[in-house]
Design a binder for this molecule. Structure first.
Ligand SMILES: [Zn+2]
Length: 85
């Protein structure tokens, strides 16, 4: 599954970051705490983003710029559409 691959990449990246922190002379416990904090932070960010995307998909997304469509119009491309009309 693609999702699991991304999960492994994230864990791998965090582990490499932790090893990098250890290389700077930081103690193991602090390196682990920082690595776990980053992992949890990224997971929370991705979860929030997924939730926001699902919300946007419910109302529709502009095919040109990807921003949320409001009232059947894209707020970003609105000016361009007026020129066309
Ligand atoms: Zn747009």
């Amino acid at each position: 599954m693609a999702y699991e691959k991304r999960e492994l990449l994230l864990i791998g990246g965090v582990l490499f970051f932790m090893i990098g922190l250890l290389g700077t002379g930081l103690s193991l416990i602090y390196s682990v705490i920082i690595a776990v904090a980053i992992y949890v932070g990224i997971k929370a960010y991705v979860g929030k983003r997924k939730h926001a995307l699902a919300k946007q998909l419910g109302q529709g997304i502009c095919a040109d710029c990807g921003s949320k469509v409001e009232g059947g119009k894209c707020p970003k491309c609105d000016t361009n559409w007026r020129k066309d009309n």
